[in-house]
Ligand binder design. Structure first.
Ligand SMILES: Cc1cc2nc3c(=O)[nH]c(=O)nc-3n(C[C@H](O)[C@H](O)[C@H](O)COP(=O)(O)O)c2cc1C
Length: 188
């Protein structure tokens, strides 16, 4: 059985729009990248922007983080979100890019709250060892923090939505096909 791509994608697009304008269960995603040795690496990230026309998600991160190195070396990424209330899982696959445009970076930095900005205060490179029980050094110059900030854009090209709220469960996979999308129901 086939299903029209628009009908299949609409609930996902709506949920991503909501997740990036207010806190919803889909706001927190797990992002998987491919590491240098080919092994998968995943971590939690906040989904911060969604552009439905391009199917592009945006997220904020530290320019010195492993995920940024990994994305620069291999742009293939996968994201998964789960809404426990709706009983819906969405898996997204696509290509990530680290945004280099200074004006875009400034705009995104300005869109971050004070608490998020403070996350960029640490002097040490994320993931590097801390001596004993020392507190990792921080500095208080926001200009320095912003220089550590990176914006990653993920252009989605595959969507897999699993709905466990209905019996039987319902699963739809949509993939880009030319300028549009093709969707089909699959066995859950
Ligand atoms: C609830 C939660 C939200 C997080 N949001 C982000 C985020 O939006 N961006 C980010 O870079 N790291 C975020 N993190 C931290 C990452 O999960 C991860 O620990 C960190 O980015 C280092 O990842 P990496 O070494 O694989 O690059 C979050 C962690 C948690 C627990």
């Amino acid at each position: 059985m086939t299903t029209t791509a628009d009908a299949a994608l609409a609930p996902v697009w709506d949920a991503l729009a909501a997740a990036t304008t207010r806190r919803t269960p889909f706001t927190l995603a797990s992002l998987a990248t491919v590491s240098a040795d080919g092994a998968p690496r995943s971590r939690s990230v906040i989904l911060r922007s969604w552009e439905p026309g391009r199917a592009a998600l945006g997220l904020a991160t530290d320019a010195r983080s492993a995920k940024v190195r990994e994305i620069r070396a291999d742009p293939r990424v996968s994201l998964v979100v789960w809404d426990d209330d709706a009983q819906v899982q969405v898996r997204l696959e696509g290509r990530a890019a680290v945004v280099d445009d200074p004006a875009e970076l400034r705009r995104r930095w300005e869109g971050l709250g004070a608490r998020s900005r403070r996350g960029y205060a640490t002097v040490g490179v994320p993931g590097t060892p801390v001596d004993g029980d020392a507190t990792p050094a921080r500095d208080d110059d926001e200009a320095v923090w912003s220089a550590r900030f990176a914006w990653v854009e993920v252009v989605v090209d595959r969507v897999d939505r699993l709905d466990l709220s209905s019996e039987p469960h319902d699963r739809v996979v949509a993939e880009r096909a030319g300028a549009g999308w093709r969707a089909r129901r699959v066995v859950p």
